[in-house]
Write a protein that binds this ligand. Sequence first.
Ligand SMILES: [Zn+2]
Length: 148
Amino acid sequence: MTTVLPSSVPAPAGTSTTPDSVPSVTPPPASPRLVAAVVRGQRIAVPCPDSWCVRDHSNEDLAFLEDLSHEGEEIALAAPEFGGVTEVLVASIRQWPFVNDEDRGLPYLGLDATGEGDVAALGRSAALAFADQLVAHATEIRRLAGVL
Ligand SMILES: [Zn+2]
């Protein structure tokens, strides 16, 4: 028996025809888990994005539901400075799901470029554009290091 492939175009050199080479399809977002939160002493169930939120909502008593926020794990770049290291480009995913502002309560990337506090809330396209700038900057640092 012969297996007929859907395309007669040969695979480019260096690529595999195993199932691992099939482009992945992004699965639909999973339903967020429900977690316990406390608002003025009352325990309520709120949806929490378990794929990134690391906050313990049950461990805080909020004055208002709008005070509830989801927060992802922080990442930072350890930048050398004279006599030590300082953390810059501190970033994490954040969301204030019950605040009805211009972001409509959607998740964003909180970016603290200098390590002195949140200075930017970036949506997906802005975060990707900034990441591209960082890659270009790293390329320039490599180029400068090559001169040494
Ligand atoms: Zn959460």
